[in-house]
Design a protein around this ligand. Structure first.
Ligand code: UDP
Ligand code: MG
Length: 315
């Protein structure tokens, strides 16, 4: 059996379409299936619509979270409940076309444990595209593991991989695409054209997107910490040389910018140096704080999602 996990947050405009297109594509999978819809605290008619679907169709299972936890926790809840031998993760706004799924499943049947989607075209604004592509490149450059470029959460994972994610990765801050890369196994990318959101507003606000990016960066790299060391060297070595220069200026008495040692004005240099250094120190404190905050979240061991109810047709 295969499971299709779809996080849903206020997708009333897309749900019927999503269900119809999935159901129409289902015969191409040649396998029994379940659709696991995770309601991430929707405030519109989504939950009511999903209840109706689950009541009519035993393929549909609805996992109702107790509030809005966010996309990544919602995915984590879905894969925990999913029972399939292969688990598909996709978005609920039809940006990931259900008609393409059989190609991913074919790769899985060939023996790949992770088949991730690589988007060839992104139909989004110039700046969003630029931001995404620079982020993925930065992450690939600084991170300790190999996170494939331009691949999001859309993927098929074998039961083995999902077990690792669910049972052996207890981290609170979930960056699923990174965790998937970390898990290892045989992975392969399949290209596809990412469609536009079919209807409704983007649910990822700028703030949520920033959070996701930072979770990826801080969760999968200690480069920011090392940055402090680099900056330290970068500033101390030239400062040391400048110091020697001024000592010689005093002792030998050569002129600097036409000034003899007695009349060298140092105020501007001092002020700029002080502000610059304070800025650098604050940035480094911020980076330390970022890691400490994350350690704090992790040690509290709070559940990163709370399931209120699992709704399915009793057969
Ligand atoms: N989503 C969610 N919880 C949230 C935000 C989004 O479950 O807090 C779901 C949303 O319903 C959609 C998917 O995550 O199915 C991706 O969201 P969206 O399309 O807004 O993000 P984008 O495609 O811009 O990355
Ligand atoms: Mg989307």
């Amino acid at each position: 059996m295969i499971s299709i996990v779809i996080p849903i947050y206020n997708e009333e405009e897309n749900l019927d379409n999503l269900y119809n297109r999935l159901t129409a594509a289902a015969p191409s999978w040649n396998e029994d299936y379940e659709i696991v819809l995770v309601d991430d605290g929707s405030r519109d008619k989504s939950l009511t619509m999903m209840r109706v679907m689950a009541a009519k169709d035993s393929h549909v299972k609805v996992v109702k979270l107790s509030r809005n936890f966010g996309h990544q926790p919602a995915i984590s809840a879905g894969i925990k409940v999913a029972k399939g031998d292969a688990i598909i993760i996709m978005d609920g706004d039809l940006q990931d076309p259900p008609e393409e799924l059989y190609r991913f499943l074919d790769k899985w049947r060939e023996g790949y444990e992770v088949v991730y989607a690589v988007r060839t075209k992104r139909k989004e604004g110039f700046f969003k595209k630029l931001a995404y592509s620079s982020f993925y490149r930065l992450l690939a450059w600084v991170s300790d593991i190999e996170i494939p470029l331009d691949s999001g959460d859309f993927c098929v994972m074998d039961r083995k991989v999902v077990n690792v994610l669910v049972e052996e990765m207890p981290e609170q801050i979930r960056f699923v695409r990174g965790m998937r890369a970390y898990a290892g196994f045989k992975q392969v990318g399949v290209t596809y054209e990412r469609a536009e959101r079919a209807a409704g507003e983007v649910k990822y606000t700028f703030k949520k997107l920033m959070k996701l990016a930072l979770d990826g960066l801080f969760g999968f790299s200690s480069f920011p910490l090392r940055l402090a060391t680099y900056m330290g060297f970068f500033i101390s070595i030239p400062s040391f040389l400048v110091g020697i220069f001024f000592i010689l200026h005093r002792i030998i008495g050569f002129k600097v910018f036409g000034h003899s040692p007695e009349e060298t004005p140092g105020t501007a240099t001092l002020a700029v140096g002080m502000y610059f250094l304070s800025g650098v120190i604050l940035i480094i404190l911020g980076i330390l704080g970022e890691y400490i905050g994350r350690i704090y979240i992790e040690v509290k061991r709070r559940p990163f999602f709370v399931i209120d109810e699992v709704i399915e047709k009793k057969s």
